[in-house]
Design a protein around this ligand. Structure first.
Ligand SMILES: NC(=O)c1ccc[n+]([C@@H]2O[C@H](COP(=O)([O-])OP(=O)(O)OC[C@H]3O[C@@H](n4cnc5c(N)ncnc54)[C@H](O)[C@@H]3O)[C@@H](O)[C@H]2O)c1
Ligand SMILES: O=C(O)C(=O)CC1(C(=O)O)C=CC(O)C=C1
Length: 288
């Protein structure tokens, strides 16, 4: 049993991330009423059928009326425009929080728009899949995962505590972290791998030395490595552009490692290659 409770939750963007949060909180029995908002009626109808939301509105301003907590879970470049519409309509004392994959840019978009009496708690669940939309949502997505919160000096302590409890109820371990650290760590462990996976699929998929699609021959290695290249292009365009500096720095680091690997292969440095592969294996085995 938990003493945590939300009267009305509004989810803006009822896809994998927002829908899964709604389902987790509903399953835990901590929310009275869930309102969804978004652009696609078809997706919102699906969310209603799957009992992710109790009702929906196409107009986000209408959707936030009377909400105690509003969760933004659309692609990150939409946050500023949406916040500009929603914030004046939110009730005094309510909380705006988000699940966006980038935090510095999101805070820069939202904080200047905050009216007095509305708290903003920037957040990011470190959980997901390559699937999107309401049909991709499931209530256990956040169980035993981490959720990072990046409060700013203007985030009220009580609102931070409420959002922390919300993610704990959804099953996550909450980590509070500085914005800069968040964006650099995520550039390394999430944004860079997605860029590499997209590049790999395009590089191999466009190889036309033989007159057939060689991807048809791909087995476990290629498929495991590139699962995340099936992720939503809009979401990843927005992440790449809003965490640009940290991502470019990690891409350059990656390029220098790849250049050294190429050199060792070219010059037949067997021992160096073995040591490089072994070091990588030990690092990865340790996180499994
Ligand atoms: N997918 C992941 O693995 C993952 C993990 C953590 C955080 N995130 C972040 O969560 C957010 C949502 O990602 P998702 O995977 O749930 O995406 P999704 O595509 O499953 O859901 C997003 C929803 O937002 C709606 N939408 C898009 N633009 C809109 C607009 N302007 N106004 C209203 N609704 C709009 C879409 O119709 C869709 O239903 C993104 O900011 C993403 O960076 C994603
Ligand atoms: O498992 C996946 O498919 C994911 O891409 C999830 C993942 C990641 O681990 O990179 C993607 C984006 C996030 O913001 C957080 C998590």
């Amino acid at each position: 049993m938990t003493d945590f409770h939300i009267g009305r939750l509004t989810v803006i963007g009822v896809g994998l991330i927002g829908g899964s949060l709604a389902l987790a909180l509903r399953d835990a029995g901590v929310v009275d009423d869930i309102v969804g908002a978004g652009r696609s009626i078809e997706n919102l109808e699906t969310a209603l059928e799957l009992e992710i939301v109790d009702r929906y509105c196409l107009d986000p301003v209408e959707a936030v009326q009377g909400a105690d907590l509003v969760f933004l879970s659309t692609p990150v470049q939409t946050f500023g425009t949406l916040a500009g519409q929603l914030l004046p309509a939110m009730k005094p004392g309510s909380i705006l929080t988000d699940g966006g994959s980038v935090k510095g840019d999101v805070i820069r978009q939202i904080e200047p728009l905050l009216p007095p009496g509305i708290a903003f708690v920037p957040g990011h669940p470190i959980a997901g899949t390559e699937n999107s939309g309401a049909t991709a949502a499931f209530s256990s997505l956040y169980r035993d995962k981490r959720c990072i919160l990046t409060p700013t000096p203007s985030t009220p302590a009580a609102a931070l505590e409420t959002v922390r409890r919300m993610w704990q109820v959804a099953g996550s371990e909450v980590v509070v972290m500085g914005v800069e650290k968040h964006d650099r760590i995520l550039a390394a462990i999430s944004h860079l791998p997605h860029m590499i996976a997209y590049t790999l699929v395009n590089a191999v998929g466009s190889y036309d030395r033989f007159e057939e699609n060689i991807l048809e021959y791909s087995a476990g290695g290629f498929r495991d490595f590139t699962r995340i290249a099936s992720s939503d292009p809009t979401m990843w365009r927005d992440i790449a552009l809003t965490n640009r500096e940290a991502l470019l720095e990690m891409m350059e680091r990656y390029e220098s490692f790849l250049a050294e690997l190429k050199e060792d292969i070219r010059s037949g440095e067997g021992q160096k290659l073995y040591d490089f592969f072994l070091k990588s294996k030990l690092l990865r085995d340790a996180i499994l």
